[in-house]
Design a protein around this ligand. Structure first.
Ligand code: NAD
Length: 271
């Protein structure tokens, strides 16, 4: 992959999420020496330096050379990290992307100054293994070529989709941001029930996980909707139909809908 225009990508904070994006970028063929990782942990920096990255403990100096500045520290330290970067970003006007949960662009505009091209990204945990699903929102300063560059960067960690309003990122949180936990919960319940039906824990777990993987791969590799795929494996009066009817009797759709609305409300409260 070549990013256009040729650019320096600077990460402020090189923890789990930054590492996920960095490893995706390296896999895509982005030269390691065009990426700067800035971090207080010398141990983390040492690992990244061994991969050929430019590393630093000086956030201001690093931000001053960024074309794309990725803010990947925890939300609670974001203000104290951003405020000292104000002069550097006002001088260079890099594209700024935050991956922090719950922090609105308005806060970054206050800390870093107005008129900057900013993107807010809501990634999820499977980004750590290159199977992420991220929602992206750009403010009005972001130009089409810059959007393309940011999209290329996040696509290195999985699916990357643009939404049209920042509020939609709360819905992204309810679907994909928190979504992995819903599937883990389903897996937990299936493993417990498999054991109750007489399987060993080991077998119940292996069968459950591979079923989840197979179902996800079938659904993502096919043009057919999940509803139709479900109908195709549900023969009238068969075993699957009994399970589906039991789910429906217990208001499965409402349970999922209520859970996602609860998540959405919480995302709004935290923003
Ligand atoms: P993390 O703790 O692994 O990484 C944060 C890094 O920031 C650490 O390495 C820390 O040493 C560094 N740091 C702390 N203070 C710093 C400073 N003053 N200057 C520079 N670096 C500093 O956390 P993470 O899981 O990578 O999360 C980073 C961001 O990504 C968070 O804002 C989080 O909301 C968001 N996010 C993470 C996930 C996930 O699955 N991990 C999912 C969605 C969103």
């Amino acid at each position: 992959m070549t990013l256009s225009p040729p650019s320096r990508i600077v990460f402020i904070g090189a923890g789990n999420m930054a590492r996920a994006i960095i490893s995706g970028l390296l896999k895509q063929g982005i030269p390691a020496n065009s990426i700067t990782a800035c971090e207080p942990s010398l141990e983390k920096l040492q690992d990244l330096a061994e991969l050929g990255l430019d590393v630093s403990t000086n956030n201001v100096e690093s931000a001053a050379k960024a074309d794309l500045l990725i803010l990947a520290v925890k939300p609670q330290v974001m203000k104290s990290v951003c405020t000292p970067l104000h002069a550097a970003v006002q001088a260079r006007h890099p594209i700024i992307m935050s991956v922090a949960a719950g922090l609105r662009l308005e806060a970054f505009e206050r800390w870093l100054g107005p008129d900057l091209a900013m993107v807010r990204c809501m990634p999820n945990t499977p980004s750590l293994i290159g199977k992420g699903a991220s929602g992206l929102f750009a403010n009005s300063q972001v130009q089409p070529a810059q959007k393309q560059m940011v999209e290329q960067v996040m696509a290195a960690t999985g699916l990357a989709l643009w939404v049209n309003s920042e509020d939609e990122l709360d819905a992204v949180t309810a679907v994909s941001g928190s979504g992995p936990a819903y599937y883990f919960l389903m897996m937990e319940a299936m493993i417990k029930a498999g054991k109750a039906l007489g399987l060993s824990e080991e077998n119940a777990k292996a069968l459950t996980l591979h079923t989840a993987l197979g179902a996800a791969e079938m659904a993502t590799s096919s043009d057919v909707s999940p509803a139709e795929l479900r109908r195709r494996v549900t023969s009238p009066k068969g075993t699957t139909e009994q399970a589906v009817l039991s789910f429906q009797d217990h208001q499965f759709e409402q349970i999922v809908g209520q859970a996602m609305h609860a998540c959405h409300r919480r995302a709004k409260e935290l923003a």
